[in-house]
Design a protein around this ligand. Structure first.
Ligand code: UDX
Length: 475
């Protein structure tokens, strides 16, 4: 039967979540949707907009989608306030900021959506909402305005499943895990997982405002019309299909930009160094890339052990040491004496174009905190990993990389780590016999991901669009 087309154009109102690891896939999703003929109104909060502008050396105004628009995509870009002045220290006042995100920000979003829906051009469009799953308000707003509500989950289906079945985990006494080490087999779509591999928010006390946000978000998502997940169906087949039994759940990942190596849409919150010239001086596969992502903080003594371990390994390294990685004064962590000892073996930068680095032929391994984007990007480039998860989903993501897919090794058993351990694991990853097995597994996982891009993920995305249009028409 022929599809019935509405004379109104579908128009997504996309509200991003204010963290780097969420902004990147969300921006990519916007361009992907626009390339399918949708109109997009993309919203960052003003602070994020300001950070991106600053990172672009342009503290005034940057319309991050201007190039995309020049190439024919119908994306409008705008900002709303998060309720605080730009100079307010959000990380330093996390409770106040998070509380406002939970209680006040939804009112701003509500007003914003109301304005769009009552604007002059509104009769040309069928509006719907796409928000990050961590937002705690989409269902209420979608219900109020009678619009379709799409939730975008930027982490693996495994992590989604655990949060989704929080009640079941609680009923069985496995959350909070509180140091338990038990294998559980009763979560639909998860054959077996040890409680030690649960996300950090399921491990201990549940009293922080971040717990409140996470748990509220997973109550809210149960009212979403559609859930998109930045994962690959073949890699998480059972989890995806079990989730699909509850709500329409589509594996559409990896949601990468079409220009993977050199993003044309600004999305970075920090200025990016270019290490291409330095990497050119290194032979293929000889450099370990080291990064702990955009959020985590690490104890100073751990950083020093990692630094000494890198030197001890005698392997070339490119290390992203983000300002704020250590809570103390970062400039002082690595002494001048240490920096002199690195000589030509390594390069330390505050932030980089990670996609460009990972796809450089000189890179042979990745010491990673197991952020989900980093894992997807590493697989895409066929780079095996040493895993050093720090918190949140990273702990659970490690299980997928090391235990399930066998494309990485553990750095150590917990957070504490010695320089000798660091050097030993680097040598194993970058040369020893075990790395051949990892490379073989990586080839097959990478193939699966690359095939999915034009295969299952594209089909799932197209199915989502079909289902979405039908739902919009039925409203
Ligand atoms: C956070 C959580 O830690 C992570 O587990 C969750 O999946 C998303 O939110 P983050 O620490 O930002 O993520 O890690 P990750 O998910 O890997 O995202 C970091 C992004 O920043 C990646 O897309 C990476 O390419 C980019 N990046 C990182 C850079 O562009 N330059 C860098 O120097 C480092």
């Amino acid at each position: 039967m022929a599809e019935i087309e509405s004379p109104r154009k579908p128009h997504a109102i996309m509200i991003s979540f204010h963290l780097q690891g969420h902004i990147i896939p969300f921006v990519n999703l916007a361009t992907k949707l626009a390339s399918k003929g949708f109109t997009i109104t993309f919203v960052h909060n003003e602070f994020i907009h300001h950070q991106i502008s600053k990172s672009q050396n342009n503290s005034t105004q940057v319309d991050i989608f201007s190039e995309a628009r020049n190439s024919g995509l119908d994306i409008h870009y705008t900002t709303i306030s998060d309720g605080f002045p730009l100079e307010f220290d959000r990380a330093g006042n996390l409770n106040q900021f998070a509380e406002s995100f939970l209680l006040d920000f939804p009112t701003r979003v509500d007003e914003f959506v109301g304005k769009i829906l009552h604007s002059q051009s509104s009769s040309s469009y069928n509006y719907f909402l796409i928000a990050d799953t961590l937002c705690v308000w989409p269902a209420k707003i979608a219900k109020k305005y009678n619009i379709v509500n799409v939730s975008f989950w930027t982490e693996p289906a495994l992590v989604f499943s655990l949060y989704y079945h929080l009640d079941l985990l609680r009923k069985n006494g496995h959350v909070p895990a509180n140091g338990l080490q038990e294998n559980i087999t009763y979560i639909p779509g998860i054959q077996s997982i040890s409680t030690k591999d649960f996300m950090s928010y399921l491990q201990g006390s549940e009293s922080t405002i971040i717990h409140t946000i996470m748990f509220a978000a997973f109550e809210e998502v149960k009212n979403a019309d559609f859930i998109l997940c930045n994962t690959v169906q073949e890699l998480e087949a059972e989890a995806v299909s079990a989730l699909n039994e509850n709500q329409p759940f589509y594996a559409v990942g990896p949601v990468f930009p079409t220009d993977f190596f050199n993003n044309t849409v600004a999305r970075s919150l920090l200025p990016e160094s270019d290490s291409t010239e330095w990497l050119k001086t290194k032979s293929p596969g000889s450099v370990l890339y080291v990064s702990f992502g955009s959020l985590a903080t690490i104890d100073e003594h751990v950083i020093l052990e990692i630094a000494e371990g890198l030197l001890l390994s005698e392997v070339n390294f490119l290390w992203v040491l983000r300002p704020g990685t250590v809570s103390s004064d970062d400039d002082e962590i690595l002494t001048v004496g240490f920096k002199n000892r690195i000589k030509d073996q390594g390069l330390i930068v505050p932030w980089c174009k990670q996609n460009l680095v990972l796809s450089n032929p000189a890179i042979g391994g990745f010491l990673t905190h197991c952020g989900w984007n980093s894992i997807l990007e590493s697989i895409w480039c066929g780079v095996p990993m040493i895993c050093y998860p720090l918190f949140t989903d990273q702990i659970t993501n490690r299980k997928l990389v090391v235990d399930d897919w066998k494309i990485g090794i553990n750095l150590c058993g917990g957070i504490s780590v010695s320089r000798e351990e660091v050097a030993e694991k680097i040598k194993i990853l970058m040369g020893g016999g075990k790395s051949d097995g990892l490379k073989e597994e990586m080839k097959s996982v990478r193939n699966m991901m690359q095939n999915a891009l034009d295969g299952s993920s594209e089909r799932n995305f197209d199915q989502f669009l079909k289902d979405l249009k039908a739902k919009i028409l039925a409203k």
